[in-house]
Design a protein around this ligand. Structure first.
Ligand SMILES: *Cc1c(COP(=O)(O)O)cnc(C)c1O
Length: 356
């Protein structure tokens, strides 16, 4: 049964329910440093435009972003968050009786929209928290319209390497498109992470998705984008709503894009935060997935106990069947979470599991 998206409880609800006075939400991979201070003045300037429709083509943002990414302007498609881009791609590409191929433990919206379109969803289990591209390749048939790869993967934080991705792309038939969801791209550190924009020249059936919601700290504005071959972008663009990104979202994104120091600061803080977690978890012998994102996935069979334990102390994290996902916060927030884990790691409630 299809269910509507269920957001986590708000900090206000949690405060009442658990009787804590300070709540820190580390459940949605939001930027703990907010957004660039330049966004505020950009918004001030846009306020006079409240009564007019936004620029449906996002002309200025398109120009800025195409220069930034070194792609043509008509290789870009903007959406009200990547959520909408995923919906639009699904709407254009999928008909009843088609199928999609993706991972079992990944971003749930690929599956959600495929079901709405009446498609079969072929979900390939991760191996050790990683995409199993060989099995995914074998699952593709003539009715496979879209292959969804979340890279790095949410919720595990692991990634598909460039070499493995290229090998995989060579096995994909032309009528099937491959969508690489790179929502966490800006945080990636690994040298062998795929450089996907140059691959767009070689693979006309490839789409790359990125967003302003995570490292740029603009989740409230709802703005994300797809990059792809011009013909493919044009095809998807037909189903896009005329004014799907607001004047304010476009202005905020332009300001955020120009503030390199702020982005660099967030990425560096995140790198240090990940190190904080890794060092502590190694020391405690707690199993986690190595992450290229702004969250870390701790493996446990008992994620609900971990969740309850942390929420009682005022930290909201996200439980999954095989572990908990914690957003990397400020240094102080990370220390807060880690000291709770450290103090209670010997409790029976926090069950460590073996390698799987
Ligand atoms: C957060 C996230 C999205 C959605 O991002 P928005 O641009 O805020 O809609 C898409 N894909 C992945 C993997 C995400 O983690």
């Amino acid at each position: 049964m299809l269910q509507p998206y269920k957001p986590g409880k708000s900090p206000e609800q949690i405060k009442k329910e658990y009787n804590v006075d300070k709540v820190i939400k580390l459940a949605s991979n939001e930027n703990p440093f907010g957004c660039s201070p330049k966004v505020e003045s950009a918004l001030q300037n846009s306020l006079q435009l409240c009564a007019t429709y936004p620029d449906g083509a996002a002309t200025e943002l398109r120009k800025k972003l195409s220069e930034h990414l070194q792609v043509k302007e008509n290789q870009l498609l903007f959406g009200s968050g990547l959520d909408e881009v995923i919906q639009t791609i699904s709407r254009v590409m999928l008909c009843e009786g088609d199928n999609i191929v993706t991972a079992l433990e990944t971003f749930p919206q690929y599956k959600h929209h495929a079901i709405i379109e009446g498609c079969e969803v072929r979900e390939i289990p991760l191996i050790n928290g990683r995409y199993d591209l060989d099995t995914m390749s074998k699952a593709i048939d003539l009715r496979t319209r879209v292959v969804w790869i979340c890279n790095p993967n949410n919720p595990t934080g692991t990634y598909v390497k460039e070499e493995a991705l290229i090998r995989f792309l060579r096995t994909i038939p032309r009528q099937t498109i491959v969508v690489l969801d790179e929502a966490y791209y800006e945080y990636v550190n690994a040298k062998d992470f795929p450089q996907t924009i140059p691959l767009l020249n070689e693979f006309e059936n490839l789409l790359v998705l990125r967003t302003f919601s995570k490292a740029y700290g603009l989740a409230a504005f709802r703005i994300g984008y797809a990059i792809g071959n011009e013909q493919l972008i044009e095809k998807i663009n037909i189903a896009r709503l005329p004014f799907n990104t607001s004047t304010f979202a476009q202005a905020a994104a332009i300001a955020a894009l120009e503030d390199h120091p702020f982005l660099d600061f967030c990425v560096e803080q995140n790198k240090q935060g990940l190190q904080q977690y890794e060092e502590c978890l190694e020391e405690l012998g707690i199993e986690y997935c190595p992450s290229q994102t702004n969250f870390i996935f701790i493996r446990t069979d008992d994620s609900n106990a971990w969740f309850e334990h942390l929420i009682e102390k005022g930290y909201i994290v996200r439980p999954f069947p095989t572990g908990i996902r914690i957003t990397i916060g400020t240094k102080e927030q990370n220390e807060g979470v880690l000291s709770i884990i450290r103090n209670h790691v010997t409790d029976q409630t926090l069950v460590k599991i073996g390698d799987r």
